[in-house]
Design a binder for this molecule. Structure first.
Ligand code: PMP
Length: 439
């Protein structure tokens, strides 16, 4: 049955299908970190719906919240009307946000995807500032709709911002291949560059409506920005009256070893874009922003699917479970355990150029150790090896997706509920796969 389904998918679905190409399996059941295919094979899932499944697949607490809501007779679809489920979700979300940000902030339910919330945030700041353009970063990923695509860094097809706003692309502090060099010094230089460019009348920067950034780039290759650099971006934008939007679509809900990635640096953004894990595996996206930016007229940004009842119930249950069960700390611990093993592996396998990440958002950049190093002494990325490693992982029962500027970064995004045994099994299979694929 599995083969017939795959065959029909190949004929009927868009040529743009992505994950289906990387993982030609037909999942029939999933629980926690484990996905079972139609052929009876079991896989450890380190993709987690591109970082969506904070509690893994079909967590009992999430299923129970969905069942309870279904049985209650609550309307499943209600545009943006007030409901007890929405009220509970909003209270739970605000209680989870950094206090300094949450007090005096408002939420706009967008929907249903991360890219919708990015659109809303950009448009809100355009309205609030009366400006059009945006500052965005190399390697950024914010989504596939027009405005989000304009500020995304790592795809070829571009679109202008609504209203024709210019996007000024700034260098993200990607230390491994950063022209400004590694460590605190490199990050400081890169921040100075941003500041000088903004202040240089000949720099071509039109006063922007916002700066948008990820505290840890995900699709761009799991690149954490140094905390000092983030604090510099906050200072630079605040001093110039530029609203700062932090996209926590992938980093949110404990993934980086903090409930929200902004907590590591302590920066207080003007807006946070949230999706993926906040819906407890169902589609949900919001933008939370400081109330002084609430410049919209009623109906200025509307939509049919804005806050699905089941998603809000599943999301509230997820947020509460993460907070009540120490899963943020667990993500930090499990991440440190996996990072230590990856670093040891790097010492042994020269095809591993870099190991980086934060919490359970980990990246392994694969390189050609025989290739000429670039100006930062990094060997050339090896995307072909990465594809072989991904396939070798799948053969060994491990789902790992790629990312990064050169598609040569293995991205590990396991659920926060990962056990030490599962973490070790992931590393065993990954090590074996890299050795086999690079032999
Ligand atoms: N922002 C970030 C940081 C993301 O990682 C993603 C998705 N990978 C998005 C926005 C877009 O979310 P969606 O795919 O739900 O539109």
């Amino acid at each position: 049955a599995g083969d017939a389904i795959l065959r029909r998918q190949r004929i009927r679905e868009s040529a743009a299908r992505t994950y289906a190409r990387s993982f030609p399996i037909v999942p029939v059941r999933a629980h926690g970190m484990t996905v079972e295919g139609a052929d009876g094979r079991r896989y450890l899932d380190c993709l987690s719906g591109a970082g969506t499944l904070a509690l893994g697949h079909n967590h009992p607490v999430v299923l129970e919240a969905i069942r309870r809501t279904l049985d209650s007779g609550a309307p499943l679809h209600l545009l943006d009307l007030a409901t007890a489920e929405k009220d509970d979700f909003t209270s739970t979300l605000f209680a989870s946000l950094p206090r300094e940000f949450a007090e005096r902030s408002r939420v706009h339910f967008c929907g249903p995807a991360g890219t919708d919330a990015v659109e809303a945030a950009l448009k809100l700041m355009q309205t609030a500032t009366g400006r059009r353009g945006a500052l965005a970063f190399t390697g950024a990923y914010h989504g596939m709709t027009a405005g989000a695509l304009a500020v995304t860094g790592n795809v070829g097809v571009k679109s202008p911002l609504p209203g024709g706003g210019e996007v000024t692309r700034l260098p993200y502090p990607y230390a491994y291949r950063c022209p400004f060099g590694v460590g605190a010094e490199g990050a400081a230089l890169s921040a100075t560059y941003v500041e000088r460019l903004l202040d240089d009348p000949s720099g071509g920067v039109v006063p922007p409506a916002a700066m948008i950034l990820e505290a840890v780039q995900g699709e761009g290759g799991v690149v954490p920005a140094p905390d000092d650099w983030l604090r510099e971006m906050r200072r630079i934008t605040a001093e110039r009256g530029i609203p700062l939007i932090v996209d926590e679509v992938q980093t949110g809900v404990g993934r980086t070893g903090a409930m929200w990635a902004v907590e590591h640096s302590g920066i207080v953004p003007d807006a946070m874009v949230l999706s993926k894990a906040i819906g407890g595996s169902l589609p949900l996206a919001v933008v939370v922003y400081r109330e002084e930016y609430d410049s919209w007229q009623p109906g200025a940004h509307t939509g049919t699917f804005r806050g699905n009842t089941l998603a809000m119930a599943a999301g509230a249950a997820t947020l509460r479970f993460v907070a009540a069960n120490g899963l943020v700390e667990r993500a930090a611990q499990a991440g440190a355990r996996m990072a230590a093993r990856l670093t040891a592996l790097k010492g042994r396998l020269p095809v591993i150029g870099d190991v980086r990440g934060r919490g359970l958002m980990l990246g392994v950049e694969l390189v050609d150790p025989g290739g000429e190093p670039d100006g930062c002494s990094a060997h050339p990325a090896d995307p072909r090896l990465a594809v072989r490693v991904r396939a070798a992982c799948l053969q060994r029962g491990l789902i790992v997706e790629l990312g990064g500027r050169h598609d040569a970064v293995l991205r590990l995004l396991p659920p926060l509920t990962i056990t030490d045994e599962q973490a070790d099994a992931v590393l065993d299979r990954l090590a074996d796969a890299i050795e086999a694929a690079s032999a």
